[in-house]
Ligand binder design. Sequence first.
Ligand SMILES: Nc1ncnc2c1ncn2[C@@H]1O[C@H](COP(=O)(O)OP(=O)(O)O)[C@@H](O)[C@H]1O
Ligand SMILES: N[C@@H](CCOP(=O)(O)O)C(=O)O
Length: 291
Amino acid sequence: METVKAPATSANLGSGFDVFGVALDRPADVIRVERASETTIEVTGVGSQYIPEDPDKNVVGAVAEALDAPARIRIDKGVRPSSGLGSSAASSAGAALALNALYDRGYSRSELVPIAAEGEAVVSGEAHADNVAPALLGGFTVAREGAVTTVETDISLVACLPEIAVSTRDARRVVPSRAEMDDVVHTVGSAATLTVGMCRSDPELVGRGMDERLVTPARSELITGYGGVRSAALDAGATGVTVSGAGPSVLAVCYRRDRRRVAAAMLDGFDDAGVQARAYQTSVGEGSVLF
Ligand SMILES: Nc1ncnc2c1ncn2[C@@H]1O[C@H](COP(=O)(O)OP(=O)(O)O)[C@@H](O)[C@H]1O
Ligand SMILES: N[C@@H](CCOP(=O)(O)O)C(=O)O
């Protein structure tokens, strides 16, 4: 048997749609795999009632097939599905690492990224790697076709998860298909600023570099209370706020000393909008761990 702890992740970070991602040091899924003649899946934990156990519908089924590694797979969910915190990616990445070890497939973590991304295609329709890359490799990741770059960084974050479900598939439908050149130039500037900020572990640069006008405006409308939560976090000391992944989680960057205050402000912001929420005081963390 192999056991893996696979972290939540936050993709996009505003300016890096479908490219940037970070691993979070909490929450996480735990995945256990044992060899079997055919794949079976059991799911427990947060939101497990909304997750199919049919291998054709659960992301880990696609990963087991891609690795030709049939197994009894048990998933203990710590990352709620449809959260914007890479719930499906945590399971995909964790299963890829665990099955790779179980069957001695010998793939490196980087080589497992496209395999784990096959799981993402099951739920969002596209094999985007911006969540599975940090879930496997840890840190801040830049995922481009066929290549992933990773940077270790020390950045404090608050991920605030409201009791709203936004499916990644639905949130991809509101992304505009065209953009104005001014907005593209603005996004390139932000993405470069954010990348420098990650390399320097500088929350001011990371926060400023989250700003963009292409995807976040449409996505934020799917999140009840987003405007108030964003303002509250910035007033409490956050250096930047954006939609986490496809939402509904809202991600704030801050100095470590402000993290509790920012988390409380975000919860108050959702409360003012009549939405219950939970705040994870977290930071950029490591990738999946094989026990
Ligand atoms: N192992 C899994 N973990 C989480 N969600 C899964 C899993 N397998 C299939 N799903 C489905 O994927 C969807 C959640 O994925 P997604 O919308 O990408 O959420 P998130 O934004 O948290 O990644 C839900 O419909 C869920 O039922
Ligand atoms: N780049 C994707 C990321 C989706 O992240 P998730 O955590 O919401 O699954 C997108 O923005 O669609």
